[in-house]
Design a protein around this ligand. Structure first.
Ligand SMILES: Nc1nc2c(ncn2[C@@H]2O[C@H](COP(=O)(O)OP(=O)(O)OP(=O)(O)O)[C@@H](O)[C@H]2O)c(=O)[nH]1
Ligand SMILES: [Mg+2]
Length: 330
C-alpha cells in the first residue's frame, strides 16, 4: 500500500527508502499539506478487523477520528498496555499538528517517533577486554532459552570472533544436555555441565581463557519454587553473571506479568523476547520493560540458528508494534 501519487512522484531513480528513513525524512521536512489521497489509500488498514470492543478508542475522546482512531485500534490489537497506549496517543496528538491527524503515514511517523524515544532497549552484549563475561539465560519452560543461547553463542563466535564456552545446568529435562551438546559440536564450542555451585565455579575456572561464557538453565514452571531457588543459588556469584530473562511473545500478557514477577529473585538484568514471528501481537515489546523496569536486549524471530535473532533496537520495536515495514514498504 501507500502507492499514492504523493509517494510515486518522488524521484523514480532513487532507491525506495526504508520506512524508518521515510519517517526521519518526514520529521526533518517542513510541514506538508495533508494528502487526501493517503486518507483514501488507508482503506486496507480500515478493514483490518478489530476483534475486541474499542475500549481504548472510546477512552481517548471524541476527537479521535481518522488515522488517530486507527492508531488507537492498532495499539489495542497489538495488546499494548492501555495505560501506555493512552500516553502514546496523547503524545502523538501533542507533537503532530492537527491538520495531519487524518493521514495514516503522518500519524504512524509521529507514533514511531514517540516509541523510539520511549522504548527501553540495552543490547548488544558488552564484552570487556581482559575479563570474562558470563551470561545466563533463565525463563519459563519451552520459551526458547537453549535455542537463543545457541544463536548468541554462534554470533559471538563466528561474527565477532570471540572465544566462547557453554555451560548447561539443565539436568532435569531428558535430552536437555544432549540438545546443548549438539549445538556445541555444531559450533565447535566447549561445553561443561554444572549441577551445583561448586561445579559452576569449576566450570567457569576451566573456561578462564574464554571471553564469553553462556549458561543455559532449566525451564521453570509456575509452581517450581524449589527449582527457582536452585537456579538462584547456582547463579549467585557476586554479580559476575549477567542474567537475561527469556519470555515468549506467544504467552498471554497476564501470564507474562506473573513471570516477570516470579523471576524477580534472580535479579535479571534484561529481557529477551522470542517467538515474535509466531505472535499476532507485539505490544509485549512495550509492556514487558514497562512492567518490570528492565530493558529489552534481544528479539527472537524464528527457529533458525543463528540467523533468527536481532539486537533489540528502539526502531525495530516501533516497526513491530506499528507494523511499519509491511504498511509503508521496504
Ligand atoms: N518460531 C520460533 N520458535 C522458536 C524461537 N525460539 C525458539 N523457538 C523454538 O521453541 C522450541 C523450544 O526451544 P528451546 O530452546 O528448547 O526452549 P527452552 O526454553 O530451552 O525449553 P526448556 O529447556 O525445555 O525449558 C524449539 O522448537 C525452538 O526451535 C523463535 O524465536 N521463534
Ligand atoms: Mg532448554
Amino acid at each position: 500500500m501507500m502507492n499514492s501519487d504523493n509517494s510515486s512522484s518522488k524521484a523514480e531513480s532513487a532507491p525506495a527508502p526504508t520506512w524508518f528513513g521515510r519517517i526521519l525524512n518526514w520529521f526533518s521536512a517542513p510541514a506538508r499539506p495533508v494528502s487526501l489521497d493517503l486518507e483514501g489509500s488507508s482503506n486496507e488498514e480500515q478493514v483490518r478487523p478489530v476483534d475486541r470492543p474499542a475500549v481504548l478508542v472510546s477512552q481517548v475522546g471524541p476527537q479521535t477520528t481518522g488515522a488517530l482512531r486507527r492508531l488507537a485500534e492498532r495499539l489495542q490489537q497489538e495488546e499494548v498496555d492501555p495505560h501506555e497506549a493512552r500516553n502514546l496517543l496523547r503524545e502523538v496528538r501533542r507533537i503532530l499538528p492537527e491538520t495531519h491527524w487524518g493521514t495514516d503515514f503522518d500519524v504512524a511517523a509521529a507514533a514511531s517517533e514517540v516509541i523510539v524515544r520511549w522504548a527501553s532497549v540495552a543490547g548488544p552484549l558488552k564484552v570487556s577486554a581482559g575479563t570474562q563475561t558470563v551470561v545466563a539465560l533463565v525463563g519459563p519452560t519451552g520459551v526458547g532459552k537453549s535455542t537463543t543461547l545457541a544463536k548468541l553463542a554462534a554470533l559471538a563466535r563466528y561474527k565477532d570472533g570471540r572465544k566462547v564456552g557453554l555451560i548447561s545446568t539443565d539436568t532435569y529435562r531428558v535430552a536437555a544436555v544432549e540438545q546443548l551438546s549438539a549445538y556445541a559440536r555444531l559450533l565447535e564450542l566447549p561445553l561443561a555441565v554444572a549441577e551445583d555451585r561448586q561445579q559452576m565455579e569449576e566450570a567457569l575456572g576451566a573456561f578462564g581463557d574464554r571471553e564469553l561464557v553462556f549458561i543455559d538453565t532449566a525451564g521453570q514452571g509456575p509452581h517450581d519454587e524449589k527449582r527457582l531457588r536452585e537456579v538462584q543459588d547456582l547463579l549467585r556469584l557476586e554479580d559476575r553473571i549477567h542474567t537475561h530473562l527469556v519470555i515468549s511473545a506467544t504467552t498471554k500478557h497476564s501470564d507474562t506479568r506473573d513471570i516477570l514477577k516470579r523471576f524477580e529473585p534472580l535479579r535479571y538484568d534484561g529481557l529477551i523476547v522470542t517467538k515474535l514471528d509466531e505472535s499476532r501481537s507485539h505490544g509485549i515489546l512495550l509492556n514487558a520493560p514497562h512492567w518490570c523496569g528492565r530493558p529489552l536486549t534481544y528479539l527472537g524471530l524464528g527457529q533458525g540458528v543463528p540467523q533468527d535473532i536481532e539486537v533489540a533496537t528502539a526502531e525495530r520495536v516501533a516497526d513491530l508494534v506499528l507494523n511499519l515495514s509491511q504498511r509503508f514498504g521496504a
